[in-house]
Write a protein that binds this ligand. Sequence first.
Ligand code: ADP
Ligand code: MG
Length: 347
Amino acid sequence: MKWWRPTLVLLVLLLTIIGIRYFLVRPDPASVPVVVERTLMGTLWQIQVMPRGNDDRAGVEAVIQDAYRELERIDSVMSEWRQDSPITAINLNAGLGPVEVPEELAQIIRRSIEFSNATSGAFDISWRGAGQLYSLDEDFVPPDTEAIAEALKVVDYRRIEVIGSNVGIPGGYSLGLGGIAKGYAIDQAAKVLLDAGYSNLLVNGGGDILAFGTKGDRPWTIGIRAPRGTPEELMAKVRVAGAAVVTSGDYERFQLLDGVRYHHIIDPRTGRPAERTQSVTVIAAEAEKADVLATAFFVLGSQRALELASVYDVDTLIIDSDGKAWMTEGFATQAEFQPEFIEKYSP
Ligand code: ADP
Ligand code: MG
């Protein structure tokens, strides 16, 4: 027998096995999500939907486009950066009396005020009065204490007047829904998909996520960034089904000046960027609640955040300004921490 014959037989066998495996393991189209990405509300969105049985992918994509139309609609009502939005109409009419706005907008403002009451004013959509001091662009100059004191005169959720669908604010006041509208929009986009009969889906608005069901035979898994790491460096992963995972951090938009980190989450009581926290992740049934509480917890700091988490029945992970981790028991059981963070965060 020639020496190469067994080698040849083996090689043919191996190629056959690889071939069979390729055909067997090749993913079934129904286990691959239809994914559509878009830039909206100043951030990158991604919607993933698992097709059902015999769905053709074009049909699924059409429903995803409906969800995006809903996002555009919400943005056109709630963006304070658009000149023609109803929220801008309220701001332009500050001090001149209430304006009639769509019921949906009046309601989200009412819910915002309830969240303000429950968070001792840490969450406050009139934050914008002080937020305007922190442009955070290249030629940003930190405001002095007088400018801050002046700005704080136009920050107070108790001065927002909502009667039916009429909303009014005092002169100098300005409302901004950046801490709640994205969460609401995520819930509404998911609702479009659920109402169309899909049950396995994920809506991702700039890293804030709401997921239902599974991704084929695997759970939806969400990575949580380490606040002082690179964007790719994850500290933990959580599996979610029927819940939202939302993170607020001081690392997305910031300016470091003289060792002070100026960022986009304002403490309405001091008129300065909140200082107690590096990042907060909240897991809740709705994205709106998770979005609001992530911002409120960020301002309040770990102790009050943990108390409120139990009041609201949500799970949370807080990295405080010293880089120390605090979390609810539920968070610890749901999350899988990366090895180096288990060590770092163990008491
Ligand atoms: P994003 O998810 O957009 O990165 P966050 O969810 O962390 O941001 O919320 C921060 C945004 O909320 C800010 O960009 C601003 O629009 C708004 N905001 C800032 N401070 C407050 C506050 N104290 N209460 C309510 N909204 C706030
Ligand atoms: Mg948010």
